[in-house]
Design a protein around this ligand. Structure first.
Ligand code: 4NP
Length: 171
């Protein structure tokens, strides 16, 4: 018998994760890429599907911000995601967990929730940090300097590790 198929992990369905920020060109496409890398490293790619979206649709159809892509590439993350707006009518049903980057993202997502079950899916990325516990948001790097993009990646690497540890016991 295949030992891997004998674990509790294989008894439940794939987990679907949606990362959400304001524009879906900096933080959430990075979160999607970092989480995919963390999942791949743990050999769990068949157990998760990750996607990302923005509260606003201003950048719909665009690649991630070139500065964010550059900083991510330096850490070997390839940001391939194309920006799209969060769609409450389908995304709340399609995803098991909806992970906002800051308090405004969380408030905006909560305001679009249709009922309690939707609300229960909304969490904040920094809740899963262990090394960066003192951060309560992934700060928006869009109007800032290079250090902001590095901080985004530092926080996401920490939080995605924590998120996978959290979910690992639940799949
Ligand atoms: P993100 O950054 O939410 O991390 O993708 C931003 C991108 C664009 C804008 C704001 C934040 N914007 O105002 O266009």
């Amino acid at each position: 018998m295949n030992q891997e198929l004998n674990t509790p992990m294989d008894t439940k369905k794939t987990k679907t994760l949606l990362f959400v920020c304001l524009g879906n060109i900096c933080r959430s496409p990075s979160a999607e890429a970092v989480m995919n890398a963390v999942i791949k490293k743990a050999n769990l790619s068949s157990k998760f599907i990750c996607d990302s979206a923005g509260i606003i649709g201003n950048h719909e159809g665009n690649s991630a911000d070139s500065r964010m892509r550059l900083h991510a590439a330096r850490r070997s993350y390839d940001l391939t995601s194309i920006s799209r707006q969060f769609r409450y009518k389908t995304d709340f049903d399609k995803f098991d967990l909806i992970i906002g980057m800051d308090d405004q993202n969380i408030a905006d997502l909560q305001s679009q929730a249709r009922h309690e079950a939707d609300l229960n899916k909304i969490v904040k990325m920094t809740d899963y940090c262990s090394n960066y516990k003192h951060y309560t948001t992934v700060p928006d790097p869009y109007y800032g300097g290079e250090e902001g993009f590095e901080l985004v990646l530092d926080l996401l690497e920490d939080a995605c590790d924590g998120l996978l540890n959290h979910l690992n016991g639940k799949i």
